[in-house]
Structures are given as C-alpha cells and as structure tokens.
Design a protein around this ligand. Structure first.
Ligand code: HPA
Length: 278
C-alpha cells in the first residue's frame, strides 16, 4: 500500500521547524552522499535531528548524517538537509519528498540539490562536477512519481510543467562562478533510477543511448515536488565513478564516499559563489 502524506502532516513538520529556529530560510540545500561538509560552515546554526521532527523520514545510509542545519551561509539564510532519504530505503515517493514540501510551506524560494552519480558520459571522470541541465525520470516513468495520489492543491497544480525544471538563471550564475573560481563545471542530463543495486553494463548502454550523462538514485523526486510548488531549482552531480559500460570494473559505495572528498570542496566553492550572487 502506497503511503501518501497529507498537507496536515507536512504542516506538522513545518511547524516543528518554525518552533525550533528563529531563522526564516530562503534557500534549501540537499546534500548527497559524501557531500555533507558544507553544512558545517553554516553560521549560527540551529541543528534539528530528523528523528525529532514529526512525520520526517529517517535516512539509514552510511554517509548520510540525518539532520537539518538552519542558519546563514554566504549572507543567505539557508536550510540544509545534511543527508537525504532515498526511495530504495522503503519509504514511499510521497514520504521521501515530505522534506521538500515542508520547505515549500516554510516559504523557501529556492532549492539547491546535490548528489553522487555514476558518469555515463564517456568524457566524464571521477571527481568531476556536473551541473544538471535536465533529468531523465526513469523511476517516474515506471509509475513512481512523487505527485501520484491526491493532488495537494494548496501546493501546486495536478499536472505541473517540467520544461525548465532547472532554473536557467541560476545555471548561468553557476557557470559564471565556476569560471571565476577556475573550476571545470560539466553539464548534462541526470537519470534517476531506484537503486539500490548499481546498474549493469546493459542498463548503462541503454541509459547512454537514452541521453543520460550521469546516473544516480535520488534528486529527481525532490526536484519534481519543488517545481510543483514553484521553487527555483539548481542541481549538481558529483561524478564518483565511471559507469561500467563493458562490465570490466565494479562499483562500490565506498568508492562513492571516497570520491566525495575530491568533489565536495569544488561543489562547495560553486554553491557558495551562487549564494553570494543571489
Ligand atoms: N549508479 C547509480 N548511483 C550512483 C552511482 C552509480 O554508478 N554512483 C554514485 N551513485
């Protein structure tokens, strides 16, 4: 039985956050596997463990901390999700996206989302940072869309447009920051699968033919819900491993976390620069 969260449950979570911080955040940041360290730079942080928030799904994956850090970063008020929840953990799509809906009810204007991903584009190498220009919603195409179930009209329309899911202006700013910081910023299409098994060689050859540049197990459900509610979105993939198109190498979670150490400082510079430019 699929569990659909209600507006009341979302508001309970949002109200609990409001009561625990006087900060009124403008930008939400969701940090992916091995990319948690940016939250440690938040000034005057209010720290809210997910376990203390009503209806909030709890992340169970190594490398995901599981708390909100609310405060200031580069002159902006931010709400950082240090650790996200994935569909493969067994929650419904509606449950894993409750945090984004709470952001909407708290009045956040923007969401910056990061993830670790496999590089499907043969030009990409581990350690690269990719700006997400569009996504391939393969989980959604198989019926697992976070907007399934009764539409919450207070948040957005039944049939939301996704033609520009990733904000063109924010993307331009990210590219400008990358140039200023002398960092290479790739760009491309992120494909979301459910995981938790990594893709096999035939999966990956299919994804490449379908136009994917990177593949991962998150982000797209969050982006759909954010766009449903009218938030502007910016997304980055950290390329943690090369997709194994010929079956000659293996992929491990440890490798993904290890690559995060190279990726995180680059991604942080770009995100900080975009925050400063807002
Ligand atoms: N596939 C799916 N998800 C991932 C990968 C991958 O190769 N690397 C990091 N997350």
């Amino acid at each position: 039985m699929t569990t659909f969260v209600t507006l009341e449950q979302i508001d309970q979570a949002a109200d609990a956050i409001r009561k625990r911080t006087s900060c009124r955040p403008r930008v939400g940041l969701i940090l992916g596997s091995g990319l948690n360290s940016l939250a440690d730079s938040v000034k005057k942080p209010d720290i809210l463990p997910y376990a203390e928030l009503p209806n909030w799904p709890i992340s169970t994956v190594q490398g995901h901390v599981g708390r909100l850090v609310i405060g200031e970063l580069e002159g902006q008020t931010v709400l950082v999700m240090q650790g996200r929840i994935h569909y493969y953990e067994g929650y419904s799509m509606s449950q894993i996206t409750l945090p984004v809906r709470a952001m909407l009810r708290l009045g956040l204007e923007m969401m910056f989302v990061t993830n670790a991903a496999g590089g499907v584009n043969p030009d990409f190498v581990p350690g690269d940072v990719m700006l997400i220009t569009d996504h391939l919603n393969l989980i959604g195409m198989t019926g697992a869309n976070p907007l399934m179930g009764p539409n919450i009209d207070e948040l957005g329309p039944r049939f939301p447009d996704m033609s520009q899911a990733y904000d063109p202006k924010l993307m331009k700013t990210a590219h400008r920051v990358a140039v200023t910081e002398n960092l290479q910023l790739r760009e491309g299409v992120y494909c979301a699968l459910s995981g938790p098994s990594f893709e096999g060689p035939a999966d990956l050859r299919f994804l490449r033919l379908a136009g994917a540049d990177a593949v991962g197990m998150s982000t797209v459900p969050e982006v759909i819900v954010a766009r449903h509610g009218g938030m502007r979105v910016l997304g980055f993939s950290g390329i943690s491993n090369k997709a194994n198109l010929d079956g000659s190498t293996t992929t491990t979670h440890e490798e993904v976390i290890e690559a995060g150490k190279i990726i995180a400082p680059k991604m942080e510079k770009i995100i900080r620069g975009v925050l400063r430019a807002l």
